[in-house]
Design a protein. Structure first.
Length: 267
């Protein structure tokens, strides 16, 4: 397998340009670190199936200083990667690495840029029952314009209906084109919060997640938070489909779903 050569000649130059340096390497394990961004990424590569099955499983993990952010096992296109020839395997590995380096990593670094630490304890009472004040503080801190809720939801619904790319390149272009609007929506609802999930997911929420015991004390019942998920549709374990889903869910703090908009992008 020419995996090591592919990583060194095609993956590393891009990672180096993004500020990553090579970390620890092991058998089927490749790590890179970006100290400035506070991000560590790992690729785990292993053979799968019977002795005579030609299949490679590639897992992609992202860590911050606080622990794992998310994992991506199902790359756009195929996972595990099955192949008949070395050339076919090389092509599919390039596709998988392209998905992580050119789509995932830039947005992870954006998330780190927009993420805000939980406020100090003395801020809790000052911000209690003031959702607009919290949103305004977030907006002014990151120079993101406030936008009315009705306009936001209508705009978001239109965006999601329009995201139907048919290949990896179109997926990248459509995501880049709509990313700022999704960030604007996050600004309206509160602070960026990265949802820990086993799939390719992002989330936005108020100052702290709703499962925190102090949350009801600082959030009025009418306040809601938004989760944007980008990942595989929820098919059964025996079903596979080359598709990504974009789902935005609007909840209130007692975890009652209010609205959901979804688009499925066939790959």
């Amino acid at each position: 397998m020419n995996l090591k050569r592919i990583i060194e000649t095609e993956l590393e130059p891009t990672l180096f340009s993004l500020g990553y340096k090579r970390g620890n390497w092991g058998q089927g394990w490749y790590q890179y670190k970006n100290d400035e961004a506070g991000i560590s990424i790992e690729y785990h590569v292993a053979r799968v199936g019977q002795q005579f099955t030609r299949g490679i499983e590639v897992d992609f993990h992202v860590y911050s200083l606080a622990g794992k952010w998310f994992s991506l096992s199902d790359f756009p296109g195929e996972s595990p990667i099955y192949y008949d020839t070395q050339a076919e395997l090389d092509r599919k590995l390039r596709h998988a690495f392209d998905a992580t380096v050119n789509i995932v990593l830039p947005y992870i670094q954006d998330m780190k840029k927009y993420a805000v630490p939980d406020p100090c304890s003395e801020d809790y009472q000052a911000l209690a029952n003031c959702p607009m004040q919290r949103a305004e503080r977030f907006s002014s801190q990151y120079h993101i314009p406030m936008i009315p809720e009705r306009t936001t939801l209508m705009q978001l619904n239109s965006i999601l209906k329009s995201i139907r790319p048919t290949n990896l390149s179109e997926l990248r272009d459509s995501f880049r084109a709509n990313y700022e609007t999704l960030i604007n929506m996050a600004a309206f609802y509160g602070t960026l919060f990265v949802k820990k999930a086993p799939r390719f997911c992002w989330g936005w929420a108020p100052l702290i997640p709703p499962d925190d015991p102090i949350y009801p004390l600082i959030a009025p019942e009418t306040e809601r938070f938004v989760i944007l998920e980008v990942g595989n549709p929820d098919f059964g374990p025996s079903e596979r489909i080359d598709a990504l889903s974009f789902s935005v869910q609007v909840w209130n703090y007692v975890e009652t779903k209010r609205n959901q908009f979804t688009s499925v992008a066939l790959m």
